[in-house]
Design a protein around this ligand. Structure first.
Ligand SMILES: Cc1cc2nc3c(=O)[nH]c(=O)nc-3n(C[C@H](O)[C@H](O)[C@H](O)COP(=O)(O)OP(=O)(O)OC[C@H]3O[C@@H](n4cnc5c(N)ncnc54)[C@H](O)[C@@H]3O)c2cc1C
Length: 340
């Protein structure tokens, strides 16, 4: 049996799935340590959108897109077949720890409807819908399982440095009470979007190769659901797209939330952005639909700096601007938080 000590930086979707895969394959949990700056699922607050057990995925809308063309770049590194196999494992885990797995729905559009064709393309692939209000319970069940396998968790500690030459990881208690260091044999780095500045710092320090990415910048659109119902019946999380090749720009919709849709503020690397959720609980039904409209712009030098600057110009005093003809109390999300 391999006795190497594995440290996982970040208890997000990636870190938690990695630990689960290890223990499922018989790796001793006591040799795995997960360090996260957030809290365990029993103590994580609703306002902590990005940090803690399951990371951003813990408060996401729980829509699992079953296709490699959306989201990250996994298939580029491991090939299409392996990527789909890994998707299956992640989806299985969300069902496995779900309190009501029979309620997980799958939307699987088969053809582009004629009424949409003149305006947009509709991407055709399955999306599993877990439900925002179940993610918390899934998190607790999942956490209990990993604890039962003796996986070690270090909560509310921020990883501040990794020495890849000597295999040391340094972290600081969020409450300022202490700085710590651990030695590892293998490191899994999964600090996600909230750790992007830290990742960038390490990439610069160790001169890791980088590759240019397109700018992605978007707005969230909300309207009464009746206007979208025909489309929702075909594809619950409809992914519309349109390309303007001559301008190097493409547009797509993403993360559609229906029935009990709301928006929530999300704090990442000092910026505020807004994301959508949908509760499955009928008590929250508001007959609204919201979705993101994302613009991808190619060939921009330093895309990350560019989009950060653009966001600063478009927001007022660091918070998002907002327009609603009538539906919302101005400047408030459906949960009552100010958005701008
Ligand atoms: C509101 C919202 C809705 C979303 N909806 C969906 C959806 O419906 N479907 C979907 O597929 N995706 C969705 N996403 C995206 C999805 O959540 C992410 O793609 C996914 O969580 C990424 O997983 P990850 O493990 O890479 O990072 P994360 O889940 O972000 O986890 C990173 C973890 O690392 C920790 N961390 C960061 N820096 C440090 C540090 N220095 N030290 C210690 N810990 C650190 C954080 O606390 C966090 O827990 C949504 C995201 C948000 C914010």
């Amino acid at each position: 049996m391999n006795r190497e000590k594995i440290v996982i930086a970040g208890a997000g979707v990636a870190g938690v799935n990695a630990a689960t895969k290890l223990v499922d394959e018989g790796y001793p949990g006591e040799l795995i340590t997960i360090i996260d700056m957030g809290k365990d699922p029993y103590h994580r607050e609703y306002s902590e959108v990005m940090e803690g057990f399951l990371g951003a995925g813990g408060w996401s809308d729980g829509k699992l897109t079953y296709h490699t063309s959306i989201g990250g770049q996994l298939s580029k590194y491991c090939g299409e077949e392996k990527a789909m196999e890994l998707f299956d494992q992640v989806i299985d885990n969300f069902k496995r720890f779900h309190p009501k797995p029979e309620e997980v729905q799958c939307s699987d559009p088969q053809a582009e409807p004629d009424f949409i064709k003149p305006y947009f393309g509709l991407r055709l692939f399955p999306v599993w819908h877990v439900g925002t209000d179940y993610l918390h319970e899934i998190g607790k069940n999942w956490y209990d399982f990993l604890e039962s396998k003796d996986v070690n968790f270090i909560w509310e500690n921020k990883v501040t440095d990794i020495n890849f030459e000597e295999n040391f990881i340094s972290y600081t208690e969020i409450n300022g009470n202490g700085d710590w260091t651990q030695k590892y044999d293998k490191l899994i780095f999964g600090v996600g979007k909230s750790g992007i500045d830290f990742g960038k710092k390490l990439a610069e320090q160790y001169e890791l190769p980088t590759e240019p990415k397109a700018v992605q910048i978007g707005v969230r659109f909300e309207a009464p659901q009746e206007h979208f119902q025909k489309l929702i019946d075909i594809s619950y999380d409809f992914k519309l797209y349109r390309k303007f090749d001559d301008k190097g720009v493409s547009l797509r919709s993403f993360c559609t939330n229906n029935n009990a849709a709301y928006v929530a503020a999300e704090h990442t690397y000092g910026d505020v952005s807004y994301n959508g959720h949908a509760k499955k609980d009928e008590a929250f039904r508001n007959n609204m639909t919201n979705f993101g409209i994302l613009m991808e712009i190619k060939s921009i030098d330093k895309p990350f700096d560019w989009s950060r600057e653009a966001v600063k110009k478009l927001q007022v005093d660091g918070v998002g601007t907002y327009f609603s003809p009538s539906q919302r109390v101005p400047s408030k999300t459906s949960e009552g938080d100010y958005v701008g």
